[in-house]
Design a protein around this ligand. Structure first.
Ligand code: BTN
Length: 253
């Protein structure tokens, strides 16, 4: 009897690749970070690196991104965006694609927590990291897929969840990779063509922070909305309206 092995090998992911994103697909059973497999390479747009385990997975603001081997979707994509586009918007492009892929797998509504998190049932299930070098962006996406509750990291600013802890069942990571790459390609092409403004209806509808109590770099505030240019509008408790492009934003649980 053959037993299906859940792996993100290039062959497994290839079976689910439907467009130009995912070609070529580089697979390492283990690596420090999929970002590092692509940074500085001269690969074409849409080239992807996947792994079953990162020993030095990187999150935003210098944080670590940790997972037990074989539980997560860990993927990075090479992008060559046109110079007229505003590159910080790519984090939202990745988050929107990840939210759609999570929705496709779970049939639940996923939200985007500005600037780079995907939330399901008020828990963070995915994060996006964009690294820029020489006009090439390496967009990294990590989705918590099959971790059990006790395998999720403790002590982060946002309570984590996995698709498994939320839906009560395991999910096929290679199929999820194919779905993510297909959606990312469509959303990225829309962004290349028209910028974030064209994607705003989908982003705005999934705005997790809208109306929530937050702190921004420690200062208490209320989040108002993600703006059409990708920045976050908020009002501080001192009554000052601010628009921010980056920062450590935490919400009340
Ligand atoms: C965050 O939420 O802070 C961003 C997390 C990004 C994690 C992904 S996993 C694939 C890629 N490789 C990394 O080292 N980081 C990104």
């Amino acid at each position: 009897m053959s037993v299906a092995v859940d792996t993100l090998s290039a062959e497994a992911v290839d079976r689910h690749v439907r467009g130009r994103f995912g070609k070529p697909c580089l697979y390492e059973p283990e690596c420090e970070s999929t970002q590092l497999l692509l940074l500085g390479s001269e690969l074409p747009e849409g080239a992807v690196a996947v792994t079953d385990h990162q020993t030095g997975g990187r999150g935003r603001l210098g944080r670590r991104w940790e997972e037990p081997a074989g539980t997560s979707l860990l993927l990075s994509v090479v992008l060559h965006p046109p110079p007229e586009r505003h590159l910080p918007e790519l984090t939202l492009v990745g988050a929107l694609a990840a939210a759609e892929a999570v929705e496709g797998a779970t049939e639940l509504t996923a939200q985007v927590k500005w600037p780079n998190d995907v939330m399901l049932n008020r828990r963070k299930v995915a994060g996006v990291l964009a690294d820029l070098r020489d006009s090439t962006v390496v967009l990294g996406i990590g989705i918590n897929v099959n971790q059990t509750r006790d395998q999720l990291p403790l002590g982060g600013p946002t309570e984590p969840g996995s698709l498994r802890t939320i839906t009560g069942r395991t999910h096929d990571r290679a199929a999820l990779a194919g779905s993510l790459l297909f959606r990312l390609e469509r959303i990225y092409d829309g962004w290349r063509h028209g910028g974030l403004v064209d994607l705003y209806p989908e982003v705005g509808a999934r705005d997790f922070l809208r109306g929530r109590r937050i702190t921004v770099d420690g200062e208490p505030a209320t989040a108002l909305q993600i703006l059409r240019d990708g920045r976050l509008e908020l009002e501080t408790d001192a009554g000052v309206r601010r628009v921010i492009e980056s920062g450590d934003v935490r919400h009340e649980r």
